[in-house]
Design a protein around this ligand. Sequence first.
Ligand SMILES: NC(=O)C1=CN([C@@H]2O[C@H](COP(=O)(O)OP(=O)(O)OC[C@H]3O[C@@H](n4cnc5c(N)ncnc54)[C@H](OP(=O)(O)O)[C@@H]3O)[C@@H](O)[C@H]2O)C=CC1
Ligand SMILES: CC(C)CCC[C@@H](C)[C@H]1CC=C2C3=C(CC[C@@]21C)[C@@]1(C)CC[C@H](O)C[C@@H]1CC3
Length: 418
Amino acid sequence: MASPQGSRAPLEFGGPLGAAALMLLLPVTMFHLLLVARSGPARLLGPPPYLPGLEELWSPWALLLCLTWLGLQAALYLLPARKVAEGQELKDKSRLRYPINGFQALMLTALLVGLGVSAGLPLSALPEILLPLAFAATLIAFIFSLLLYLKALVAPASALAPGGNSGNLIYDFFLGRELNPRICSFDIKYFCELRPGLIGWVLINLALLMQEAELRGSPSLAMWLVNGFQLLYVGDALWYEEAVLTTMDIIHDGFGFMLAFGDLAWVPFTYSLQAQFLLYHPQPLGWPLASFICLINAVGYYIFRGANSQKNTFRKNPSDPRVADLETISTATGRRLLVSGWWGMVRHPNYLGDLIMALAWSLPCGVFHLLPYFYLLYFTALLVHREDRDERQCLQKYGLAWREYCRRVPYRIVPYVY
Ligand SMILES: NC(=O)C1=CN([C@@H]2O[C@H](COP(=O)(O)OP(=O)(O)OC[C@H]3O[C@@H](n4cnc5c(N)ncnc54)[C@H](OP(=O)(O)O)[C@@H]3O)[C@@H](O)[C@H]2O)C=CC1
Ligand SMILES: CC(C)CCC[C@@H](C)[C@H]1CC=C2C3=C(CC[C@@]21C)[C@@]1(C)CC[C@H](O)C[C@@H]1CC3
């Protein structure tokens, strides 16, 4: 299979073997987490309580529910948007246009769910069918990736991603071949990155909260905190939806199994792990400790939002008064790099804020189980790896100017540590 010209990018994720291992390991990990979260000992590293049979995993109703959810989110995506944003310049010098109506989709979904629940929709029954739902989402991600792989066979070379076109079927299937697969103006990757998975995640959290209220009379303080923190995170991502257009997922990575599974299955079913854990393992939490955890989340959010907004404002308009006084380094591309403000503290201040929030999401679950800290552990690994990929791409893009930035700002994520 021919590679597009100049796309002999170095293989990532351990090449075809690594990709094959991840394609097996990620779904297995997700099912392991779903099973142990509801088991008595809730041991992250122990064996699952039992191995579910196909009859417990497969349900045509769960598949129908997942497809309906995707259909609903697609319909909301197609509603008129308050703004249409242009993406980064592509290889052929064109720019794609993207609707900015993610927050509107979240609000409309909340309204529909609210109406549904008051009309008797049994949302609190959702936790009972998480296993078949996760199985259906995984199936959809596999089929989706396969169709996207086939679609890329007829795509022009200019539409292919720099990464996932090595010629190795497994590797390319995992990473994704086409950069911005679209059906007419419907951008499949952009849609999946923010809508069904993220909104699905907070919906699952809400269902877990409602089931806890049914079981114990009212939701616990720990459950409120986890729901509140994660709703803030998802609301923020959709409010600042345009910022996703500059992430490496949109600019650099193709849309293959990694993102399809990540967006549609991994995010809703593993990011809701803390709420799942709390439903089956209630944790006492007093107001003083809860206030301290809120403070940790607020500090994390302040850094995360401050850093992301500073970079986005600077990238949109470097002479904006909010960033005009910051010190910068010029690069040969004409773009400049910030070396003061948040981006002068470490080279990825937004990751630092994100990790502090991840800690705050786990703390309400107490310190006697490792399971609710899975997200923090996985996320640290994801961000360290992501930071490494980004550094390599920036070095390629900015050359000596990037080296100068690394000299001026030596720490990557945690000041004086890493
Ligand atoms: N919850 C989750 O699962 C995940 C969350 N995230 C979060 O999403 C957000 C976006 O992350 P991500 O896309 O990885 O990366 P970043 O938002 O950090 O973007 C990296 C890019 O920023 C630009 N940049 C880097 N340094 C500077 C500088 N000093 N001055 C100006 N521009 C600079 C470069 O692009 P250029 O120069 O081309 O503009 C670089 O490629 C983060 O907050 C992250 O924490 C990310 C992944 C998963
Ligand atoms: C499990 C796989 C190895 C990797 C899957 C990765 C995906 C789950 C993540 C890749 C980048 C993501 C981003 C977000 C969610 C997770 C995925 C899809 C955000 C939308 C989360 C909210 C932030 O405000 C923006 C993030 C952009 C990147």
